[in-house]
Design a protein. Sequence first.
Length: 151
Amino acid sequence: MKRTRLEASTCPVARSLDIIGDWWSLLIVRDALRGVTRFGEFQKSLGIAKNMLTTRLKLLVDEGILQMQPASDGSAWQEYGLTEKGRALQTVLVALSQWGNHYLYASDELSTVLVDTQSRRPLKTLKLMAEDGRTLRPEEVTPRLPGTDKA
């Protein structure tokens, strides 16, 4: 079955999932945020087949999330580095991590917690915020359809 592309959708969630909607892509970005840069490092960290990793890395480069760059050690190898667009996905990964810690682990179960490198304290839980600073509940957020002022 051929996958349907969502690149023409008016929904930004659909367009985003078209690029980063499979778990391998987000795990590659997660590892890149942790400093992984080489093909072999990604493969070892993720346990992903070479052909799948090649496909995902190519998509992430083609979409401007990763870029190829000369190896930092001066060797002839190429490395993968996050672009600004790729680094912006950190907020998405923080939200997923916080949601997972809250809903998917028992209170006595160990899990990774994201911390501020300076204070070494856990990050404040992300919240939906209105432009004026109010915290919003899910029912207070609605999409505005293209070309209208209506939800």
